[in-house]
Design a protein around this ligand. Sequence first.
Ligand code: NAP
Ligand code: F7E
Length: 323
Amino acid sequence: MTKSALITGITGQDGAYLAKLLLDKGYKVHGLVARRSSDSRWRLREMGVEADIVYLDGDMADACSVQRAVIKSAPDEVYNLAAQSFVAASWDQPVTTGIVDGLGVTHLLEAIRQFSPHTRFYQASTSEMFGLIQAEQQDENTPFYPRSPYGVAKLYGHWITVNYRESFNLHASSGILFNHESPLRGIEFVTRKVTDAAARIKQGKQQELALGNIDAKRDWGFAGDYVEAMWLMLQQDKPDDFVVATGVTTTVREMCRIAFDHVGLNYRDYVKIDPAFFRPAEVEVLLGNPAKAQRVLGWKPKTDLDTLIRMMMDADMKRVAKE
Ligand code: NAP
Ligand code: F7E
């Protein structure tokens, strides 16, 4: 029997990779899409899946539309990827971030509880919930200490997922994913900002790159690997929480070096520090321990940072050349 999946946030980076993964597995894929005045399906086109998806209008802030999407898609699996996901913007739009990333999760869980309780649910939780880290390497038992309105909203989303699992016996899992990137990453996130700028500088279309705290450290993986972990979580007999990470942490500075090196440039000649890109409260370092995901799901990352950055650089070099 063909399985039905509903993906919220299908037009985002992870949504595009996950849609492709599920379509390749034979799922009927539905996508909740918020009304936008300009085209938001470019990533689905890049993945070659735009025409294969059933689109359902809706917004995570609008409980009725979320409910309708659940009823219409009759999903075996729901992947809740929709979010205002840019940490820096969450200080400018704390209320929207709280509604979409926090309360929006309850809209979806309530719809599932009332109309489709057999549906398996995935919540896109985040390493930002660890924020001011309480352990050198973070796992499923590390206490949370979010440092941004985004982290706070996502922590609500995480706990309401745990709560609905425990209260109503829903098959609801929370994936605590560390940073994951790809050529489809939004341009405002630091890895894409750097690879795009390095490509432009190499091709004479930009002179310098302004960044904030380049001493921050992140555990970066490849989005294509991470969506497999999402799917695996919903194939388990029991719902649970899983950290998904590489177990390696790297500074933004080193990430810049790798990107610029790839096109034969020295990042020191082009990167300028601009206080405008520092955050009101920073998450200085994140380092995940994916041992449980490996043990229970049989998941491990396939792509190291060097390979990932090279993949992104190659894509940006080609794209910038065509502009
Ligand atoms: P992304 O590229 O920013 O995609 C976010 C998606 O959410 C987009 O499809 C966006 O639609 C949609 N969306 C935003 N507001 C919405 C609303 N009010 N109603 C319905 N849809 C809405 O994010 P991503 O990198 O793919 O991440 C996917 C999920 O994982 C997010 O929840 C993020 O917070 C979480 N996460 C990401 C990472 C990471 O490193 N990438 C790590 C941990 C957790 P538009 O395209 O129309 O704006
Ligand atoms: O910042 C520093 C910045 O914006 C990474 C989201 O997907 O991953 C992502 O959140 C680091 C931070 O990602 C610039 O201060 C320096 O320390 O790429 P980012 P993020 O904030 O880690 C988590 C897991 C999510 O859940 C989020 O949804 O880089 N940094 N200079 C900069 N960051 C940006 N964006 N721009 C700079 O100029």
